[in-house]
Design a binder for this molecule. Sequence first.
Ligand SMILES: Cc1cc2nc3c(=O)[nH]c(=O)nc-3n(C[C@H](O)[C@H](O)[C@H](O)COP(=O)(O)O)c2cc1C
Length: 191
Amino acid sequence: MTKFKVAIVVGSNRRESINRKLAQAIARLADGRVEVKLVQLDDLPMYNQDLESPLPASVARFKAEIEDADGLLFVTPEHSRSIPAVLKNAIDWGARPYGKSSWGGKPAAITGTSPGAIGTAVAQQHLRQVLGDLGALVMGGEAYVTFKPGLLDDAGAIADAGTREFLQAFIDRFTSLLARLGAGAPAARAA
Ligand SMILES: Cc1cc2nc3c(=O)[nH]c(=O)nc-3n(C[C@H](O)[C@H](O)[C@H](O)COP(=O)(O)O)c2cc1C
């Protein structure tokens, strides 16, 4: 069975980020079907076109990690009803230099969590639009998670049965999409 390489992009640089914890819990639900790489965003400089040549080492590393992945899993908080600055900054770097975007044709899935009732829905809609404009293949459907005490257990797994079932279906759909697109297959990689 093909093991898909999935880059996890968490839109938070907070040490105790609930979105990073959720991302790690979702990765466990993929149950060996994916090899995950948590991509670092907080060492990327603030985007500035003056820095594009040569690319800072952290930016070159970030773009290589995105390009190397078969699929991208975005797990993001919502800041002021939109995409957190740390994530938008990373997306802008990924889109540059002109003609060398790392996003085109990349299968992507989006989820996120916040203590708020609509669980990052607005940020996810904005992210969906931006990634679509950049040519990523964003999986349809919605996955908004309200973060409540007890959602995760002490080992970091999803404790709430309903949420676990929902996110299991979410990650299963994403791995099916990767399989349908031929991501990870030797032929696709060589192309
Ligand atoms: C600058 C800022 C803006 C925020 N705006 C929103 C918001 O629009 N909607 C929301 O549900 N939560 C909002 N929050 C609360 C976050 O959901 C909460 O801080 C959450 O823990 C962030 O996720 P993280 O722990 O993964 O960083 C905001 C937090 C910050 C720091």
